[in-house]
Design a protein around this ligand. Structure first.
Ligand SMILES: Nc1nc2c(c(=O)[nH]1)N[C@H]1C(S)=C(S)[C@@H](COP(=O)(O)OP(=O)(O)OC[C@H]3O[C@@H](n4cnc5c(N)ncnc54)[C@H](O)[C@@H]3O)O[C@H]1N2
Ligand code: MOO
Length: 384
């Protein structure tokens, strides 16, 4: 449904965290030459156990110019080019230099103790080191730079307009008249999309009036994606669906058999994607993970945008499920995953403790402690 945004070519540092728009081939081999993995002496295995004449030095960035002949050794540093003729490095701790003479004092090296990284060990020129649709993570950033790239083609960032609505909501820190509560979903959702590298604009809190909600949609008309919070259910003040219909939006779906998050709505308003999240804070958070973040990822070029799942031992008993698939807030321990005690879709205290969601399909039998369950790890940012 969400077609990736166009590609842009950027200096590689600015491309960090974005999704690659094309495969990345190595422009060079790494290591470019055989390199020493240790500080010591480059020499010939046949000459073991010495002694040798020290004939020069190979330092990182300053290769030895000659070759290593019989009973010759070259002082070598970690990361320096191994000179021609040498086929092992004797580590410094095993050697004793007296003037220009070198003696071997250590145990005979093991078969793999040559301490030389061959040319192209990591990758060879022409190898595909990263694929279109993969994220330029910190490790891939280092890999692409090492592979010789200074600029990369990545997808544009998605701009996300967050609209939170409800008459009871007041901005953070403001005085609260009776019945009012602080508006927290907008900030939470903004932070979740900032984590993905999206550009965020925030609207609201918007009162429960059609004209006010419509005005907010109109203000958000330049964003790629609009994420609303609240007003998604069936009450008289739940205006997201009626206002979208009034504005001529195409409703893709409304309401899914999940808990929390049943009133989730996905629509298209012209070229914009609208994701209507429920107002209950936990429902908002969970549906942001299950629907809104994957859509934002797909827009930004992620080829596998859906949340990753993994098995884990369940460290608590869980009752059989009903008609809705459940996503229980849980915390990882070193033995498995612990369902948190309070599973209310309005309760933020357990949400702030959670670093995983346990997926419990609809109409499945109870789970006993020690059973294996499917788990969606939450983004690292939700962890300590
Ligand atoms: N008769 C029915 N009632 C409800 C149904 C239903 O199917 N039939 N569904 C329930 C479910 S499930 C959910 S989830 C909620 C969500 O409904 P809405 O999206 O319309 O949410 P609101 O009514 O606007 O708010 C619910 C709750 O969350 C608080 N809230 C809202 N926005 C924020 C915000 N930005 N920051 C903090 N807290 C917020 C709001 O004050 C309410 O307490 O509907 C059930 N009802
Ligand atoms: O689906 Mo609602 O999110 O259960 O509270």
């Amino acid at each position: 449904m969400a077609q990736p945004l166009p590609a842009v070519e950027l200096p590689i540092g600015e491309a960090a965290g974005r999704w690659l728009a094309s495969d990345v081939a190595a422009l060079r081999s790494q290591p470019p030459d055989p390199m020493s993995a240790m500080d010591g002496y480059a020499l010939r295995q046949v000459d073991m156990p010495g002694p040798w004449d020290i004939v020069g030095e190979s330092a990182a960035g300053h290769p030895f110019q000659g070759t290593v002949g019989p009973r010759q050794a070259v002082r070598i540093a970690t990361g320096a080019v191994v000179p021609g003729g040498a086929d092992m490095v004797a580590v410094q701790e095993d050697c004793r230099a007296e003037g220009s003479r070198l003696f071997f004092d250590g145990d005979p090296p093991e078969p793999l103790g040559r301490h030389i990284r061959p040319r192209g060990l990591d990758f060879a020129q022409g190898d595909i080191i990263a694929r279109a649709g993969e994220r330029l993570t910190p490790a891939r950033l280092a890999l692409a730079i090492t592979a010789g790239h200074g600029r990369l083609s990545v997808h544009e960032k998605a701009s996300v307009a967050v609209i939170e609505g409800g008459d009871e909501l007041r901005p953070a820190g403001e005085d609260l008249p009776p019945g009012a509560i602080p508006a927290s979903n907008g900030a939470m959702l903004g932070a979740l999309f900032t984590d993905l590298g999206c550009e965020i604009e925030s609207h609201g809190p918007v009162p429960d009036r059609r004209d006010a909600l419509r005005a907010a949609f109109e203000q958000a008309k330049n964003a790629h994606m609009i994420v609303t919070s609240g007003g998604a259910s069936v009450g008289d003040h739940d205006l997201v669906l009626p206002v979208l219909e009034e504005m001529g939006a195409k409703i893709d779906f409304w309401r899914v058999a999940i808990k929390p998050g049943k009133p989730i709505l996905v629509a298209r308003l012209g070229r914009q994607l609208v994701i209507g999240l429920p107002g209950n804070p936990v429902s908002s958070f969970v549906t942001a993970h299950l629907f809104a973040q994957p859509i934002a990822r797909a827009l930004m070029g992620d080829r596998s945008p859906l949340p990753a799942m993994q098995p884990a031992f369940c460290l608590g008993d869980l009752p059989a499920t009903g008609k809705r698939t459940e996503f229980l807030r849980a915390a990882f321990t070193d033995l498995g995953v612990m369902p948190l005690a309070l599973q209310d879709s309005a309760a933020l205290t357990p949400l702030a403790e959670a670093d995983a969601l346990i997926l419990r399909p609809a109409e499945t039998a109870e789970v006993k402690t020690g059973d294996v369950v499917r788990v969606i790890p939450l983004a690292p940012r939700n962890r300590n």
